[in-house]
Design a protein around this ligand. Structure first.
Ligand code: 13P
Ligand code: ZN
Length: 278
């Protein structure tokens, strides 16, 4: 007998957390039309709680290879689906996918009831998941891509360098170096939706939890919905302050200094890489 732990699959806690996060991103204006996508690596016990609702479709190629994620299940937004609609019709907007034993193919086991496929950024999501799972001993489970207005604006005026973005965004809010002490990576403009941009992004994710896509948006990785959303929100808020500052005058009259960052790192017990303090 297949157990259905929930009366409705939408009552599962991970489903509620995912939907709330998608809606929060929509309300902050990061998801025009079908912009952005979200994925969650489902815990084995959560898979068992909802397995009774699965009806597997045909296997399809991922478009890249993620062997360390073989047989994992993910909750993912659908390609062309609007974040605006996720909370009102989740079964049309989202799907649960299962990966095969090589990590080269996926199949939809729930959702997208009116047809469709997972986000076109599935290669980037899965390659980021693989890198972050290995780097965090399995702790990271959420990968989030959003079209964050202020960060995108900054990619037209700042040099596309990790060091410049990290340092400028750290300086805009005292909490930033505590929230993203490892810094931020920047991917130059690339064609989205394919393996090349996925490879470039996942390389940066070995080191960082945030990667900016020039003239496009951001990717963030985290342990759960709160931390991943909070990370995206913190970086974008900092970018908003920088845009406001640059709109008032090009130069800072005063700022947080390198010594200030060293003092903060000591008191908050965070390790700030020397390359961003020079
Ligand atoms: P999808 O609708 O395929 O998820 O694409 C949206 C997007 O933001 C592409 O980068
Ligand atoms: Zn995008």
């Amino acid at each position: 007998m297949i157990l259905r732990e929930y009366k409705n699959i939408l009552d599962a806690e991970f489903m509620k957390g995912f939907i709330r996060m998608a809606n929060d991103g929509w309300e902050l204006g990061w998801h025009e039309r079908n912009g952005g996508n979200l994925s969650y690596r489902i815990k084995p016990e959560e898979v068992e709680q909802v397995r009774g609702y699965f009806s597997p479709k045909e296997w399809r190629e991922i478009g890249t290879s993620v062997p360390k994620l073989a047989k994992e299940f993910f909750l993912v937004t659908g390609s062309g689906k609007f974040f605006r609609n996720v909370s009102i019709k989740p079964e049309d907007s989202l799907c649960i996918i299962e990966l095969d034993d090589k990590g080269e193919n996926y199949r939809i086991v729930w959702g997208l009831v009116n047809g469709g496929k997972p986000t076109s950024e599935l290669p980037s999501h899965l390659m980021n998941h693989e890198v972050k799972m290995l780097a965090t001993g399995g702790a990271h489970r959420v990968i989030y891509h959003a079209h964050t207005t202020n960060v995108i604006a900054l990619t037209f005026v700042l040099p596309l360098e990790d060091k410049v973005f990290t340092r400028e965004l750290w300086e805009m809010a005292t909490e930033c170096p505590v929230v993203f002490p490892e810094g931020i990576g920047v991917v130059p403009w690339m064609v989205p939706g394919g393996r090349d941009i996925a490879v470039a992004t996942s390389r940066l994710m070995e080191k960082y939890n945030v990667a900016i896509w020039a003239h496009h948006g951001m990717f963030a990785s985290g342990e759960d919905f709160d931390l991943t959303f909070g990370l995206m929100h913190t970086v974008e808020k900092s970018a908003e302050i920088l845009v406001k500052m640059l709109s008032m005058q090009p130069n800072k009259r005063q700022t947080i200094t390198t010594q200030d960052f060293r003092d903060l790192a000591k008191d908050f017990n965070v390790n700030l890489p020397e390359e961003f303090l020079e």
